[in-house]
Design a binder for this molecule. Structure first.
Ligand code: ADP
Ligand code: MG
Length: 235
């Protein structure tokens, strides 16, 4: 398929914490139907970049555009309304609400809150059985990750940002997650995944960006970029 026009464009992002430079001029483009991954060592700036895209951090310099619109100054909740959804590395669900209620809240916070979205999303994530009526508190991590993903998907995002979505999942759950993310991309969603699990990245991403010390130092298809990484690691 011909490359689609970018939906999210970050240009020359700079972030510093006091005198420490966390992002040193990062450019990134996300396109509909494509899965981009960010990999790199701890402290590279992956989460800082993620926060700049989600709107939880304002860069000192640089811009973030959604479609034609400059959203650099927009806070996170306003970006959610415009269709940028994110999940949290630390799970963020309402413990006292049921699975279905959590997903309904997500539908209301998002871009489109059509009546069928909650049911469709529960089905997509395999949460339409008896579990839908259970309070989120006490559910296993794998289920909670699906609830969180369902919560943000119910809002009908155009851009989905995922920080370590495979953390705490077993092999079967990771495979199921990969299937869901690919289905979303096939549906036209633009995805960005920050992930430690290089096997997941290799099987999932269309393009991988390697970050080191606040910069993107390599970008390309996983078979090329990850091979270089593994060689450098001596593995
Ligand atoms: P990654 O997600 O790649 O591990 P981060 O974006 O979390 O990296 O952090 C990049 C660097 O910025 C790290 O050296 C980290 O210690 C530092 N850092 C992150 N957040 C803050 C903060 N709020 N204040 C000071 N330094 C921070
Ligand atoms: Mg991080």
């Amino acid at each position: 398929a011909p490359p689609a026009l970018p939906v999210l464009t970050a240009r020359h992002l700079h972030v510093h914490y006091g005198g420490f430079i966390a992002l040193d001029g990062v450019d990134l483009v996300l396109s509909p139907g494509r899965i981009a991954a960010i990999v790199g060592p701890n402290g590279a700036g992956k989460s800082t970049l993620f926060h700049c895209l989600a709107g939880t951090l304002r860069p000192a310099r640089g811009s973030v555009r959604l479609g034609g619109r400059d959203i650099t100054a927009l806070p996170a909740h306003a970006r959610t309304r415009l269709g940028i959804a994110r999940t949290f590395q630390e799970l963020a669900v309402f413990p006292s609400l049921t699975v279905a209620e959590n997903v309904r809240v997500g539908a209301e916070q998002g871009r489109s809150s059509d009546a069928g979205a909650v049911e469709r999303t529960l089905r997509l994530l395999g949460l339409d059985g008896p579990v839908r009526a259970l309070p989120a508190a006490g559910l296993p991590t794998g289920t909670l990750r699906r609830v969180e993903l369902a919560r943000v998907l119910a809002g009908g995002p155009r851009v989905l940002l995922l920080d370590e979505p495979a953390a705490g999942l077993d092999t079967a759950e990771v495979a199921a997650l990969a299937r869901v993310l690919k289905a979303l991309a096939a549906d036209g969603t633009a995805l960005l995944v920050v992930e430690h699990d290089l096997d997941l990245v290799a099987g999932l991403a269309d393009v991988v960006h390697v970050m080191t010390a606040g910069r993107i130092v390599a970008s390309g298809p996983p078979e090329r970029v990850l091979e270089v990484l593994e060689t450098e690691d001596g593995r």
